[in-house]
Write a new protein. Structure first.
Length: 148
């Protein structure tokens, strides 16, 4: 579903001056979503290196996409700035998680380290879903105000 979100999202900004930038954000978002698929297709117990690669790049690519879309949403006249600030808050959450990935305990160190990393990953994934839902609600509200 997230791939569809990123595939359709630039068209919402087609009349804005940010259409090209939103396409770049969507390409990064779609690549991040492809990494979600890659993570699922490479179980850690069978393909550890590939699993780690895909699971890390979900968030590296998504951070860039989120940063771009935060800017686009904040600058757009179609959406309330509130939604851009909300998406930027998600970008900050992604940076926090990336710092955990880079500087937190390595999952192979101990059971605690594995649980810490896995739990952090689940929390940021829930944040991903909530941020996407919130932005989708803002877009839906904007579309309904224009057409209704």
């Amino acid at each position: 579903m997230l791939m569809i979100f990123y595939l359709v999202l630039p068209w919402f900004f087609k009349e804005d001056n940010y259409f090209t930038l939103s396409i770049v954000g969507s390409i990064l978002g779609i690549l991040g979503c492809a990494c979600f698929v890659g993570t699922g297709l490479t179980p850690a117990d069978l393909y550890l290196d590939a699993h780690i690669f895909f699971s890390n790049y979900i968030f590296y690519l998504s951070f860039l996409a989120t940063l771009i879309y935060s800017y686009v949403v904040i600058r757009s006249i179609k959406l309330n700035t509130f939604y851009g600030i909300g998406y930027f808050s998600f970008a900050i959450s992604l940076v926090s998680y990336i710092l955990i990935l880079e500087f937190g305990p390595h999952p192979s160190e101990s059971d605690f380290s594995l649980i810490f990393q896995a739990t952090s990953q689940k929390i940021i994934t829930i944040c991903f879903v909530l941020a996407t839902w919130m932005l989708s609600k803002g877009i839906n509200k904007s579309i309904n105000n224009v057409t209704g």
